[in-house]
Design a protein around this ligand. Structure first.
Ligand SMILES: Cc1cc2nc3c(=O)[nH]c(=O)nc-3n(C[C@H](O)[C@H](O)[C@H](O)COP(=O)(O)OP(=O)(O)OC[C@H]3O[C@@H](n4cnc5c(N)ncnc54)[C@H](O)[C@@H]3O)c2cc1C
Length: 455
């Protein structure tokens, strides 16, 4: 049985490792276009900030026993009938046959088609090579300023990273807030944090064009014109406006596409092509709360889907349990995390959502260092089902682990009341007898009851 895997990042390597673990006799070949198998691209902002000084530290592992890893090998086409992949390496093309194939080609950053979008000094960030190019630019040219186009999590992490590298950062956000994955009330706190650290935030605009030095007499190397007539000088521009799944290779072989142009897969990670599976950022994702496919480009999901695909490819019977949409990030000294659905997402899915906000200390205030957390909890008014939560607070206040409590409850289909009933730990330096997530659950129940009475 020859298992061929295209892609050597989170999904592809997870698939290979799991397949080898389940069937050590399986013949496994893994191709990757670049030279960096299993590097943590989630860590790129920390390499660029200097907090992770050596890029080699980003390797999740460097040893792949039982797996033939072919670096610098680019899959050019898949022949799903003859069961072979045409692979280019060092200028030569050769076919590699397979019995089972896993496509784990990931995602590609969107480069908006604006004038000047490919000028020197304008970068996207998704691969090791892109991070090296940005790092070289900063080291060799000593830029004073940067414009980041896009205020999602990568844009925000890069605002933090480039500020640490001494650049004056301007962040352009298309929406009226930053970080559209959380509610506006929390997004405003993120903006405050950015301001506090000297980042200029320009919201409600999109980049229209980028001009090179000299145009308009600017002292900067580049100048970004926005949709509201603003002009932003910069020596470096990062485009962070999202990703699209790298699904063309599979599509050309006849794979059906689903949400967001990603390869449509079942929960067994099977495509519509015989013996061709797909996993990670190139594929659709089953959402447990929506009970429907969605698209989410996250390493957490890529690892899990890859593991399922690897196990299935060698005859296992597992399936992908699904995402509940959990994400966290750090912006300077703030941690922001969410899981489940926001109110408007829940409404669109047919729920009757109620979102309740509270503030609570992360631990007992009589023990030094207590900090306030902002919590927002969403549940279905009709059934009492827990639908999601968002938490923001100091980065040392266990924000993301607290959201993980809610994620675990969501996974089990818990009600808000059951979240409140969980037996969580308590000692004054870490929490309270009722953890803040449970205080939020109680506040939700009280509001639901009060609204029920007033109807
Ligand atoms: C800056 C940044 C920060 C992030 N932070 C987080 C985070 O904090 N938490 C989180 O959960 N997620 C995070 N993510 C997202 C996460 O990194 C991705 O979801 C994850 O890497 C997807 O893994 P993947 O294996 O599906 O695809 P990718 O990582 O995109 O890898 C694709 C692989 O396929 C190979 N490939 C592509 N085409 C071919 C071809 N034709 N032939 C051969 N090989 C090919 C590539 O060389 C690569 O090895 C971050 C992403 C970025 C860019």
């Amino acid at each position: 049985m020859h298992l061929l895997i295209i892609g050597g990042s989170d999904a592809g390597i997870s698939a290979a490792l799991r397949a080898h673990e389940i069937d050590p006799a399986a013949d496994i070949t893994l191709l990757l276009a670049d030279d960096y198998p299993n590097f943590s691209i989630c860590g790129l902002p920390y390499f660029l900030s200097g907090q992770t000084p050596h890029w080699q530290q980003l390797a999740h592992r460097t040893d792949f026993p039982g797996i033939r890893v072919l670096r610098g090998h680019i899959a050019r086409s898949i022949d799903a009938v003859a069961r072979r992949v045409h692979v280019e390496h060092a200028g030569a093309l050769r076919p590699i046959p397979y019995d089972r194939l896993i496509v784990a080609t990931g995602a590609t950053p969107v480069r908006p088609s604006i004038t000047g979008g490919t000028l020197e000094g304008v970068y996207t960030l998704h691969t090791m090579d892109e991070s090296f190019a940005i790092d070289r630019h900063i080291t060799e040219r000593s830029p004073r300023s940067a414009v980041i186009v896009g205020a999602g999590y990568i844009g925000l992490e890069m605002a933090d990273a480039l500020t640490r590298r001494g650049l004056q950062v301007t962040l352009l956000s298309r929406s009226t807030d930053v970080l559209p994955t959380v509610d506006a009330a929390l997004a405003r706190r993120v903006v405050d944090e950015l301001h506090h650290h000297g980042v200029r935030v320009v919201s409600g605009v999109s980049a229209q064009r980028i001009d090179a030095a000299g145009a308009g007499g600017t002292a900067f190397a580049l100048r970004v014109a926005d949709s509201e007539g603003g002009r932003h000088g910069a020596d470096l521009v990062i485009l962070a406006v999202g990703v699209r799944p790298s699904s063309e290779l599979a599509e050309r072989a006849g794979a059906a596409l689903g949400v967001h142009g990603a390869i449509a897969v079942t929960r067994q990670m099977q495509t519509n092509l015989p013996d061709v599976l797909a996993a990670g950022d190139c594929a659709t994702t089953y959402h447990r709360l929506l009970d429907a496919p969605t698209y989410l480009s996250l390493g957490t999901i890529a690892h899990k889907q890859g593991r399922v695909a690897g196990e299935r490819a060698v005859g296992g019977a597992c399936e992908f349990a699904g995402t509940v949409g959990s994400q966290s990030l750090k912006v300077f000294d703030l941690a922001i995390a969410r899981t489940g659905l926001l109110g408007h997402e829940a409404r669109d899915a047919g729920f009757d959502p109620l979102t309740v906000a509270i503030q609570a200390d992360d631990h007992k205030s009589y023990f030094p260092g207590a900090v306030p957390l902002q919590l927002r909890i969403t549940g279905d008014r009709r059934s009492g089902r827990l639908l999601g939560a968002q938490i923001l607070g100091d980065r040392r206040a266990e924000v993301s682990k607290r959201i993980d409590i809610v994620a675990a409850a969501l996974y089990q289909g818990a009600s808000v009341e059951q979240l409140n009933e969980l037996d969580l730990t308590y000692t004054p330096p870490f929490s309270s007898p009722w953890d803040p997530v449970q205080l939020a659950a109680q506040a939700w129940q009280a509001q639901r009851a009060a609204r029920g009475r007033s109807v």
